[in-house]
Design a protein around this ligand. Structure first.
Ligand SMILES: Nc1ncnc2c1ncn2[C@@H]1O[C@H](COP(=O)(O)OP(=O)(O)OP(=O)(O)O)[C@@H](O)[C@H]1O
Ligand SMILES: O=P(O)(O)OC[C@H]1O[C@H](OP(=O)(O)OP(=O)(O)O)[C@H](O)[C@@H]1O
Length: 206
């Protein structure tokens, strides 16, 4: 039986709908009274695990799930050993650097050396600032990263932007886009090679 790791949160509903179009029904996860974290499709041919977005590649890398759906941002941050199969087109957002509008910074190069940068994406942030040779202190956070510059804890943030509303409502502006991200279908590399027919059929349907 094929097992999928599906992300809770922003990508959840689109992931369920996509698999429904491919003939796999995991809509039981949409029922909020159901607290099961693992369900089997009514056809009995596939199973899904409901996990945090950041944990999807972990289940796929370790082989507990043969396939998963996860944002490109998580793949760049975690660099897991998984096969990247298809750009699914939903979950569009960008990884950006933002600062308080009042700070006057218009480019990352305006940031003073040893600035503090708050982020959930510490590796993406580190890679970018290394690439421009600017020494910075990265402050790891787990959410509400926009509070970094507002409270004065950090000069800038590296975070996802989609509509831009969170930045706007908190008086922040984007000064650089690091990359664009959408949801990806990923697979356990060995399973993908061993079951290429089944995977190929499913990818066609998706
Ligand atoms: N505002 C957004 N608009 C569109 N896609 C987004 C947005 N924020 C995040 N995403 C995409 O959805 C994925 C999951 O994000 P989500 O916010 O649900 O989880 P998370 O906050 O990163 O994880 P967790 O809540 O488990 O810590 C991200 O990795 C990204 O690819
Ligand atoms: O540009 P927008 O459409 O406003 O979306 C951007 C917001 O979405 C994500 O936050 P999320 O909802 O995942 O919250 P968290 O990072 O604080 O957990 C991201 O970290 C931004 O805060």
């Amino acid at each position: 039986m094929l097992t999928f790791a599906l992300p809770k949160g922003s990508l959840f509903k689109d992931s369920i709908q996509l698999l429904q179009k491919a003939g796999l029904d995991f809509s039981a996860f949409l029922d909020e009274s159901n607290r099961q974290l693992q369900i089997t499709d009514p056809t009995g041919t596939a199973k899904a695990l409901l996990v945090r977005a950041q944990d999807v590649p972990v289940y796929v890398e370790y082989g507990q799930a043969q396939m998963g759906i996860v944002g490109e941002d998580v793949l760049r941050e975690k660099t897991p050993k998984v096969a990247k199969l298809v750009d699914l087109g939903f979950g569009g957002c960008r990884m950006s650097i933002a600062v308080a509008q009042a700070s006057g910074y218009q480019s990352p190069l305006d940031l003073p050396p040893h600035s503090r940068i708050a982020s959930k994406y510490v590796n993406c942030a580190r890679t970018y600032f290394d690439s421009i040779d600017l020494p910075v202190e990265i402050i790891p956070l787990y959410g509400s990263v926009e509070l970094g510059p507002i409270t004065g804890m950090a000069e800038a943030i590296v975070d996802l932007v989609s509509t831009g509303k969170t930045l706007k409502d908190n008086g922040l502006i984007e000064i650089e886009v690091l990359y664009h991200s959408t949801a990806r279908l990923i697979a356990h590399p060995l399973s993908y090679r061993l079951h290429s027919d089944r995977f190929g059929q499913l990818i066609q349907q998706i």
